[in-house]
Design a protein around this ligand. Structure first.
Ligand code: NDP
Length: 528
C-alpha cells in the first residue's frame, strides 16, 4: 500500500488514485521545492565523494529551474568505487542470505516511507506526470521485495541433488548458486528509480556488491535510492553510487577488469557497444542488457474499440512516448480503421500537456534538447512521407517557453518500407497503418529487430494466434490499462527478445535472480 493511504499503486491501478494520494504528493512537492539547487555527492565506500568538476540537473519542464548540482565522476572515482565493492564482497557474500534479505527489505520499506518525496524528484527531473512518477518509486520497492521473496521461495538457491549409486560409499550432491562479485548497474533516464533500483536489489540480495551509475539527466533519483540503502544499514562499499557521463565514467566502469557482471538498461547502440567492450576480457562475464523497443498494437475487426483506443493512447503517450515499452506502431484491420482512428485522435487531443507535477497533467516535457530536436525532425519527415493526423508541433508559448514540450502525434500513410517503421523514436509519435487481416498485422508487427512488448484487441481465437506467433517478451490482450505498457513485478515480469534484450529472462520474474549467480556443485563422498 502507498504510505498514508489504503491504495495499492501499480501502473494498472494508477488511473484512479484516492484523493489523499494527491494531497500527500502536493505536500511533498512543497517540501522538495524548498530544497532545490543543492549539491549532492557521490557515495563511495559509505563516504560522500566530491569531484573537481560538477554538472547541473535542470528541470526539462523549465530549464531555468536548477534541481541540483551533481559530481562529474572521474576514472579514479570509478576505480575507487570498484575497489570498495571488491573489498566489501567477501563479507557481503558470506553473510547469511536471510540477513541480506532483511536489509534489502528494510530499504524497500524506506522507499515506501519516502515515496512522495522521491516521486516528486522523479517528476521534476524525468518530467513524468505524478502518477507515473510515484509508480516508478513504488515499482522499485516492489522489485526489491520481489527479489527477497524469490530468494526465500528458493531457500537461497541451495538444492540437494541425487546421490550417486556407489557401493561402499555415500555420495551427496548439492547445487549452490553463488554471487559473481562486483556488479555494475547503468540505468537510463526514463525509469530512473526502477531501472537503477531493480537490478541493484537483485544483485545485492544474491550477494554481489554494486556500483550504480544513473543517466546524466536523472542523477538525483538514484542518489535517493542510495540513501535508502545506506539508511537501511547496508554496509559501506556494498553499494556505491557514482554520477557522471556514460562516455567517460560509464566507459571506465565497463573497461575495468575488476568488474564481474553488468546490468545495462538503455539504447540499443550503447548496449551493443557495452556488450562488445565488456567481452574484451579473459573470459565471458555476465552481461544483462535491456534495450529499446518498437512495440506494436494490433486491433482486429473483433476488438473492443473503446478499450483499444484507451489502451493505445495510454501506451503511446505515457511519459511522452519515452518508455521502452511505448506503443509506437499500430496495425488496424480495414473494417474498423476509420472508426478507431477518429477515436484515437479525439482522445489524444484531450490529453493535458504541462508541468508534470500538476494533478491534471497527462504529458510533461521530453527529457532534453536532443529529444526535442529529434521530435521536430521526425515530425517534419512524417509530414513529407505520410500524413500527420494530430500533433507534430512543439509548444513554445507562455509556460511552455522554457521547457521541451511536444504535442502527442499520430501519423498515418507512411510507406511500409519507411525507416521510421523500424527506428525507435522515443518521443510522443506513433505511426498507424491499415492491414487486411491478422496475418498481415502479425507479419508487420514482427518485421523489426526489436521484440520488447506487444498488444492486441481481438477475439479469443485471434488472441491465441497472437500469443503463439508474436515475437516479444511481454504481451497483452484486450487491456485498456495499456496495450504495450504497464508491466509490474510479479505480474508482468519485464524483458525483451531479439534486439530488445540479452538474457531471455524477465526482470521481476521467477527466472531473474539466477542471472546474478553462478552455479557450484558440491559433491561429498564418505566411506560407508
Ligand atoms: P542511453 O543508452 O543513452 O543511456 C543509458 C545509460 O548508459 C546512461 O546512464 C548513459 O549515461 C550510459 N552510457 C552512455 N554511454 C555509455 C558508455 N559508453 N559506457 C557506459 N555507459 C554509457 O539511453 P537513454 O538514457 O536515452 O534511455 C533510453 C533508452 O533506454 C531507449 O532506447 C529505451 O528503449 C531504453 N530502455 C530500455 C528498457 C528495457 O527494459 N528494455 C527500459 C527503459 C529504457 P549518460 O546519461 O551520462 O549518457
Amino acid at each position: 500500500m502507498v504510505t498514508g493511504t489504503s491504495f495499492k499503486l501499480t501502473y494498472s491501478t494508477m488511473y484512479n488514485p484516492p484523493e489523499e494520494l494527491h494531497q500527500l504528493f502536493d505536500a511533498a512537492l512543497v517540501k522538495v521545492k524548498a530544497r532545490l539547487g543543492k549539491e549532492h555527492a557521490m557515495i563511495i565506500d559509505g563516504k560522500e565523494r566530491f569531484a573537481g568538476e560538477k554538472f547541473e540537473d535542470r528541470s526539462p519542464a523549465d530549464t531555468d529551474v536548477l534541481l541540483g548540482v551533481f559530481q562529474k565522476g572521474t576514472d579514479q572515482d570509478a576505480q575507487d568505487a570498484i575497489s570498495a565493492a571488491r573489498k566489501a564482497f567477501p563479507m557481503w557474500s558470506h553473510m547469511k542470505w536471510q540477513d541480506r534479505v532483511a536489509q534489502v527489505r528494510k530499504a524497500a520499506d524506506l522507499m515506501d516511507q519516502r515515496i512522495f518525496e522521491m516521486g516528486v524528484v522523479v517528476a521534476l527531473e524525468a518530467g513524468k506526470n505524478r502518477m507515473e512518477a510515484l509508480g516508478d518509486v513504488a515499482e522499485t520497492a516492489d522489485l526489491f521485495r520481489y527479489a527477497c521473496d524469490r530468494m526465500e521461495a528458493n531457500q537461497g538457491f541451495i538444492v540437494e541433488l541425487g546421490r550417486d549409486p556407489l557401493v561402499g560409499f555415500e555420495s551427496t550432491n548439492v547445487s549452490v548458486l553463488k554471487p559473481y562479485g562486483v556488479w555494475v548497474v547503468i540505468s537510463p533516464f526514463n525509469f530512473p528509480s526502477a531501472l537503477t533500483g531493480g537490478p541493484t536489489g537483485a544483485a545485492l540480495v544474491t550477494g554481489n556488491t554494486v556500483i550504480m551509475k544513473p543517466a546524466t539527466d536523472t542523477p538525483w533519483t538514484a542518489r535517493l535510492i542510495a540513501e535508502c540503502l545506506r539508511d537501511a544499514g547496508v554496509p559501506d562499499g556494498v553499494f556505491n553510487y557514482v554520477s557522471g557521463p556514460g562516455s567517460t565514467l560509464g566507459q571506465a566502469l565497463i573497461e575495468s577488469p575488476d568488474v564481474d557482471g553488468i546490468t545495462f538498461t538503455g539504447s540499443y547502440d550503447v548496449g551493443m557497444k557495452i556488450y562488445r567492450d565488456f567481452s574484451a576480457r579473459k573470459w565471458v562475464h555476465p552481461t544483462i542488457l535491456e534495450l529499446g523497443g518498437k512495440n506494436p498494437a494490433i486491433v482486429t475487426r473483433h476488438g473492443d474499440l473503446e478499450a483499444a483506443a484507451t489502451g493505445i493512447v495510454r501506451s503511446c503517450f505515457g511519459l511522452q512516448g519515452q518508455k521502452c515499452s511505448a506503443c509506437s506502431r499500430i496495425f488496424v484491420e480495414e473494417p474498423v480503421y476509420d472508426t478507431l482512428l477518429a477515436r484515437l485522435v479525439e482522445m489524444t487531443e484531450k490529453l493535458v500537456i504541462g508541468d508534470p507535477t500538476e494533478r491534471a497533467v497527462n504529458l510533461g516535457p521530453v527529457i532534453n534538447r536532443s529529444s526535442y530536436r529529434d521530435y521536430q525532425q521526425f515530425s517534419e519527415e512524417l509530414q513529407k512521407a505520410g500524413h500527420i493526423l494530430t500533433g507534430g508541433k512543439i509548444l513554445t508559448e507562455g509556460n511552455f517557453a522554457r521547457g521541451y514540450f511536444c504535442t502527442p502525434t499520430l501519423a498515418t500513410d507512411l510507406p511500409a518500407d519507411h525507416r521510421l517503421w523500424q527506428q525507435e523514436m522515443f518521443v510522443p509519435i506513433t505511426t498507424i497503418a491499415r492491414v487486411k487481416d491478422l496475418d498481415e498485422a502479425l507479419q508487420r508487427a514482427n518485421n523489426v529487430d526489436y521484440g520488447l512488448t506487444a498488444g492486441i484487441y481481438g477475439s479469443t481465437e485471434e488472441i491465441e494466434a497472437f500469443f503463439d506467433r508474436i515475437e516479444a517478451g511481454v504481451t497483452y490482450a484486450n487491456r485498456p490499462q495499456g496495450v504495450t505498457t504497464g508491466a509490474w513485478p510479479g505480474f508482468q515480469p519485464f524483458g525483451g527478445w531479439k534486439a530488445s534484450g540479452s538474457s531471455g529472462k524477465n526482470a521481476g520474474g521467477v527466472h531473474y535472480l539466477q542471472l546474478y549467480m553462478h552455479e557450484q556443485i558440491h559433491t561429498l563422498v564418505r566411506k560407508k
